[in-house]
Design a protein around this ligand. Sequence first.
Ligand SMILES: C[S@@+](CC[C@H](N)C(=O)[O-])C[C@H]1O[C@@H](n2cnc3c(N)ncnc32)[C@H](O)[C@@H]1O
Length: 407
Amino acid sequence: MKEVRDQYEQFPYPERDPTDEKKRLITGSPSHPGEIDTYIFGGMRDWSQPIKILIAGGGTGDSLIMIASMLATKKVPAEIHYIDLSQAACKIAEQRAEIRGLQNIIFHSDDILNASSYGVFDYIDCCGVLHHLKEPQAGFKALAGTLKPEGGLGGMVYAPFGRTGVYPLQAALRILVGDLPTRKKLSQAKKIVEGLPKTNWFPKNDCLGDHKLGDAGFYDLLLHSQDRAFTVTQLNTYLQQAGLALCGLIEPILYDPLEYLPDEAEIRARVKQMPPIEQAQLAENLSGAIKTHVFYACKSASKESAFFHFNPPPTNMQLVPRLKNIAPAKLAHHLAKKGRLSIGLSGRSYDRVLDKKLAPMIALIDGRPLGNIASTLGLDPISFQNQWCQVHHPLSEFNVLYYSRKF
Ligand SMILES: C[S@@+](CC[C@H](N)C(=O)[O-])C[C@H]1O[C@@H](n2cnc3c(N)ncnc32)[C@H](O)[C@@H]1O
């Protein structure tokens, strides 16, 4: 633990200049409030009610600032606790919050294993931390133990195959430079990495880029003292042993094995009869490019049926669908012209064909409930569900569609 703390005292992660808060807000997954609503609260959270959130191992504050700012903007009564071992990281996160005038955060320099000292939470964000614990299972359990029964966790852990080349190189660097003082270690390691032969898997792996993002990124990727990766099956086991159920993987399409297989009925049938977690593992094995698992997990096992995304699509007509990072009119226009959607993820393009006739429905994803979309289009419930299904599946697989009455 001392080595991990020392690293993040010297190299608070990720490298951030607090004054950049005046120019931009970093958003992403997990922990976008609309995603939290969709995956943990079934899209029906009442945001006028208070929410208590834990940011576990918050680093320099990306998730923290995203959630705290978005909730403050929409005047959601929120109490957000940030915990991190590194005081240097905490200071940067505090400065970012101060520049934004955020009043809804309480900062703690502490170990996430002590999370229960701060109460019970509706939602916990834990990104890029659990794979750095000596005993990850203790971390999963500590966090699960501080969740309210209806609460949930959004997290990120490393995945092995997309990080091909990292671990043999870490082992080599440990032998060659592991005992040098930090600065010397870093400069020597950079020389070694620059001179690697073309045959080494690290330079061959074009999924990897953190080492190019400054010293903190380089150190984090290649000189970490405690770092492991989990397959999606292993992640699922850790979660289950902590009493949590995996209820979402982002982006869902990455975990669809059919994306990586020939379009043949026999193969399709074989895949379709596999349980969801086995399908996800198959996809991870076939893709080779999944370097992290971004996931949602909830305490209530009954929500496991929401695995991947709502499946089947939701029937509650009060749900409010929303699009992430794209205006409905723009997406509708694109679809009416092309009849397909493409998205670039992890070095590959993913495609979905969508009937051009669905464009008017997509144009109505503007903050109104499903019931209103149906009546505006003059559709009876059955015809609406048939059409909504065709919108819901591709857009939520791309993580472009979510459900929230507020965000
Ligand atoms: C890779 S950084 C991730 C930071 C942030 N969550 C993000 O995704 O940008 C890992 C962070 O976890 C913190 N950390 C590691 N082990 C911890 C522990 N046991 N308790 C609290 N914080 C810890 C480190 O200090 C560091 O700031």
